[in-house]
Write a protein that binds this ligand. Structure first.
Ligand code: UT7
Length: 317
């Protein structure tokens, strides 16, 4: 039912920021970040917008798929850190790669890529579209408070993309939203409106780390069990799990609760940090290009974040 992945691509900006460099900026240490989060370095965009990074990941996915931008029938993008809310990041990617199809963004924070993938899958099922591009692209460095050590050490910038086509390889999917902004929010500020009465928090990532942590572990475990059930398999039949890279301890705890060995989890948080909606497609692209995948492998992807939201899906390679 639904789709198959024809090609994947990823892009991260050139500048690398180390934990040692961060320790000069805020009161933190390599030891704390490594042990509590699992990040050693992250890539930071100096000049590129989320859309520019998304376009580079998209080009690589198109090359891997062996199709041209002109053949795309749909582009769905995910981001929470675009330089502009209009045009959409997807519209900017469409222009940059030379496509002419409808293009729009979805916003489901760190789960955004999987929400976008499921949206594109629905369009493919509806018919009339042969190829779709789905991407997650984030320039989180522009929305972080670089004086807040509880958030600025965690995140990084980058983009990842899939080209998909009609196929039979989408075996299960679960999307979840639990509305509320007390745990995780990115307020936009209020411009210079003279009509606001309430105080508006400044543009920045505001996160209650421990609440998000608990939600994340619960949703990964529940999501993976659900998609396995949908596909009529047991969780130990899953060959690879591509999780959102938010904290190595979240992945480790979820793996233990599921009874799935860590070797099956794709982990690159030490190099990229948390790239929000880009984290699953970047990680998937690394797996796809590693030469480790065999035809027929079952791959679960799962993500969680602001909304609160979470998503999981199962595909056959
Ligand atoms: O993608 C969106 C989803 N986001 C997530 O999934 C994030 C989930 N949450 C987490 O990954 C973790 O909760 C954090 C990494 C955000 C925080 O780790 P934690 O183990 O929950 O630490 P904490 O917030 O309980 O803080 C422990 C201590 C505090 O000091 P005291 O009060 O014990 O003296 C913090 O002030 O660590 C302190 N701390 C730091 N120390 C050094 C917080 N940030 C830092 C830091 N460097 N960067």
């Amino acid at each position: 039912m639904s789709f198959q992945i024809l090609g994947t691509g990823a892009y991260v900006p050139e500048k690398i920021l180390t934990n040692e460099e961060l320790s000069q900026m805020v009161d933190t240490s390599d030891e704390w970040i490594t042990q509590r989060v699992g990040v050693k370095t992250r890539h930071i965009s100096v000049n590129e917008s989320a859309a520019e990074m998304g376009a580079k990941a998209a080009q690589r996915a198109l090359e891997a798929a062996g199709i041209s931008a002109a053949q795309l029938g749909l582009i769905v993008g995910a981001t929470v850190s675009a330089d502009q809310c209009c045009p959409s990041t997807a519209a900017k990617v469409q222009q940059a790669i030379g496509a002419s199809c409808p293009a729009f963004d979805v916003n489901s924070a760190c789960s955004g890529f999987l929400f976008a993938l499921d949206t594109a899958a629905a369009f493919i099922v509806r018919g009339g579209i042969e190829y779709a591009l789905v991407f997650g692209a984030e320039r989180l460095s522009r929305i972080l408070d670089w004086t807040d050590r509880s958030t600025c050490v965690i995140f990084g910038d980058g983009a990842g993309a899939f080209v998909i086509a009609k196929g039979e390889n989408y075996l299960g999917s679960h999307l979840f939203t639990q509305g509320g902004e007390s745990v995780l929010a990115i307020p936009l500020g209020k411009g210079n409106s003279p009509f606001y009465e309430k105080e508006v928090a400044p543009l920045a990532v505001h996160m209650s780390g421990q609440e998000t942590f608990k939600f994340a572990v619960k949703q990964i475990v529940g999501g993976i069990r659900l998609i396995a059930e949908q596909a009529g398999i047991t969780t130990d039949q899953i060959n690879w799990i591509v999780p959102h890279q938010a904290n190595i301890r979240i992945i480790d705890l979820a793996a233990r609760r599921l009874g799935i060995p860590m070797e099956k989890f794709v982990v690159n948080i030490e190099r990229y940090g948390n790239t929000s909606s880009a984290s699953v497609p970047i990680s998937f692209d690394e797996l796809a290009r590693s030469g480790k995948l065999k035809k027929g492998d079952l791959i679960a992807m799962c993500a969680f974040g602001g909304g609160l939201s979470s998503a999981a899906c199962l595909i056959k390679w």
